[in-house]
Write a protein that binds this ligand. Sequence first.
Ligand SMILES: *Cc1c(COP(=O)(O)O)cnc(C)c1O
Length: 377
Amino acid sequence: MTPKLKMFFSEGALPTPYLAVDLDRVAKQYRRMVKAMPWAKVFYAVKANPAAPILKTLVRAKAGFDAASIEEVRQCLAAGCAPSDISYGNPIKKSASIAEAASLGVRLFVCDSEEELQKIAQHAPGAKIYTRLGVDNEGADWPLSQKFGASASTCASLLRKASDLGLIPYGVSFHVGSQQGSPAAYIDAIHQAARIFQDVAAHGIKLTMLNIGGGFPVQYRAPVPEIERFASEIDAALTTAFGAARPFIMSEPGRYLVAEAGIVCSEVVLNARRELPGQEGDWLYLDIGRFGGLAETEDEAIRYDIVSLRQQAPQRPFVLAGPTCDGVDILYRKNKVSLPSDLKEGDRVALLAAGAYVSTYSSQGFNGFAPLSEHYI
Ligand SMILES: *Cc1c(COP(=O)(O)O)cnc(C)c1O
């Protein structure tokens, strides 16, 4: 927790639950990433947290943006980003969204199917195209490989067709899965992508860009390799794969840039023992749960570290649950959370590294609970 967040949390004045994000910490994380990977241009994955103060902080830092929808494109432009610094990185887009993005000056589009390529050719004539290569997401806590990606041979054929359709065949992207703990995942993907560059080169097409995606991990309960380690292993793989002909490299960090800059502050609603078979144990019910923004606790995939203001008190492991009347609104049952045994209604806890993939997952009012409030400080 940064000193600013700690002060905010300790004051205990604002109603919970809320997300608080330290914008200086976002800027600092961006600088660390650029220092580690000076050979890559960062396109922040807006979906991780699209709040205007974050977008403006990153515009000032000269980042580009990876937008998942026309709404995100508009949000980036409203924050002061140039259209040339926006990549429309969702392989599934409405024709009207493609056309609007093109009319706003966005030039860079992804596809992973012939059908989508045709839509882009029709609604964004002359745009730059990159294809999404499907890669193994082994090692990622939050995989993204289920609904995207084409084979290397399909990528090559899409890029050749792009050229026939009057588009600019620009490059290849991949995503190794979010909260990826293994640098090796990027290395495999880079070598596969390099073969696409060679394949299309044999047909007279010179690609100029490789997009290594996001996935860079942050520390929740378990330690992860540092960004510098990812950087040096990826850098070495790029040299092996491309030699002196290294393309322009884009990266699309989302979680890495914003997670550690944020905390979710929540209040205990109930600390109770349960006795029915399968439920035995100590349960702590918070005023935020799966529907209040903590969607990534599904299958306990993302395991937030949680602290209280009385960390010194004797602790016990709790099953952690949200406040709604929905049976799936349980955060951690296998991975219990150690917190002071005598926590009671009204006591506050903070979920650390919660700046990514929380605010926008919050429901509009499931069970009547208001959407998560947000403070950017
Ligand atoms: C979600 C996403 C990202 C960001 O992933 P992180 O794991 O948060 O870094 C980047 N690129 C694309 C295409 C995405 O869908």
